[in-house]
Design a protein around this ligand. Structure first.
Ligand code: GLP
Length: 237
């Protein structure tokens, strides 16, 4: 395991360092394929990337992106879709080509066919150069929930109660929270050449310790990252 763990003072510092790593990736390979994540954690990183873009420090003109996941049954026009999240928090503010950003299609009639097609698109793009990850309270990455096995490829997944609870903060009632999602698999994530895992808030300290320093088990999906050979973790605690 080669894991570079960067501890920062606060969320602003975490966000700056994460954005610099992503910008550095683009500078060294302008046609990079980036894997992006949603959730509260990377929001500051995306703000910093927008700032770096506006300063002229980074150019997204040749970048391609693939997001980790999307709610199933949620149209792109829904403000809670991950499509909307990525456009609001990043894509609408940088010079990325329209057709260069990808998320699984949460409105696809056939979630299995959509998952297979998404996995194939990532492969055809040559795989992900740098994958940004957050971590769920239960150790999930993307929407790979604790399970008795590591799901290999992009798939349709039922969300656990703990994830539905965590996501209910964005909805008026728990009933409205999507119950399933399309997500890259653990194999898809592990195939990325580099991984950047962002963890914010002491509430995630315990799961971070389990994931990075505990036994590798599908009950803590992020623990598989211990077997990846190029992981950078940034924490703000
Ligand atoms: C969702 C996303 C994950 C993300 C997690 C944590 O479940 N599918 O990719 O890591 O939320 O989100 P937050 O950063 O808001 O804690």
């Amino acid at each position: 395991m080669t894991m570079n763990h960067i501890q920062t003072e606060n969320y602003a510092a975490l966000s700056k360092k994460a954005a610099l790593i992503i910008a550095g990736q683009i500078l060294s390979k302008p046609g990079s394929v980036l894997g992006f994540a949603t959730g509260s954690t990377p929001v500051g990183t995306y703000e910093e990337l927008i700032r770096l873009y506006k300063e002229g420090a980074v150019d997204f003109g040749r970048v391609t992106t693939y997001n980790l996941d999307e709610y199933y049954g949620v149209p792109r026009t829904d403000p809670n879709s991950y499509y909307a999240f990525m456009h609001t928090n990043l894509f609408d503010h940088i010079n990325i080509e329209d057709g260069a950003t990808h998320l699984p299609n949460g409105s696809a009639a056939d979630p299995v066919a959509e998952s297979i097609a998404y996995e194939a698109k990532i492969k055809a793009a040559g795989g992900v150069d740098l994958q940004v990850l957050g971590i769920g309270n239960n150790g999930h990455i993307g929407f790979n929930e604790p399970d008795d096995h590591f799901p290999a490829v992009t798939h349709h997944v039922q969300l656990t109660d703990s994830t539905i609870d965590a996501n209910s903060r964005f909805y008026a009632s728990r009933d409205e929270v999507p119950k399933s999602a399309l997500t890259m698999g653990i194999g898809t994530i592990m195939a990325a050449k580099k991984i950047l895992l962002l963890i914010s808030g002491t509430a995630k300290k315990e799961i971070m310790e389990k994931a990075l320093y505990g036994p590798v088990t599908p009950q803590v999906p992020a623990s598989i990252l211990q077997f990846h050979n190029d992981v950078t973790v940034i924490t703000d605690f």
